[in-house]
Design a protein around this ligand. Sequence first.
Ligand code: NAG
Length: 215
Amino acid sequence: MKAAALLLALAASTHATVLTPDNYDDLTQDKSVFIKFFAPWCGHCKKLKPTWDILIDEYKGHKDILVADVDCTAEGKPLCDANGVKGFPTLKYGDPSDLQDYQGGRDEKDLKKFASEKLGPQCGVKNLDLCSDEKKAQIASFQAMGAEKLGEFIGEQEAKIKELNENFSKQVEDLQKLYEGYMKDKEAAEAALKGQGLGLAKAVRKSLEATTDEL
Ligand SMILES: *[C@@H]1O[C@H](CO)[C@@H](O)[C@H](O)[C@H]1NC(C)=O
């Protein structure tokens, strides 16, 4: 029993490149990635797992390509939230800081074909030759700013995103209050209408109809 459990654990560890917010930057740096966002309980995830693990193994140790998992029910959850993952499994690919949705087939042949054709070295600080003129200019201007200024810039951008999210939460809260207000008004108006004898009127109509039917 113990040996079996150990073997299972070993088998799992030969695959698992499981990304979390803590290791994401390190493991994905300068790579073109293919990521499966999953939840362990989901049926489609269990079905895809053997195929996905084949792909993970195939690219294990690859210089430019990383195939990995993110467990949305565990430490990986913030990555799922940040990437707008709504269903499981969700496959995304490309630049680790700008993932794109994968919409293709999910059998082994489709996934392997996609990985071999669409993943690979991408434009980045270390692959300038693969960048558009626009991206090259942007990289050059960031380099010219120097580490300190760049740090300030990043801080400002992140603060803005935080503020956007806070504003949004506030707006949703306001919307909830508005909704509750409308609901209360509606219920009060409805109660007032019913209080004007609606139930009684219906009962009387029914009795009138019954009398008419008898005639
Ligand atoms: C957040 O809301 C405040 C107040 O309405 C507004 O002044 C500010 O520009 C908003 N921030 C962002 C990032 O949109």
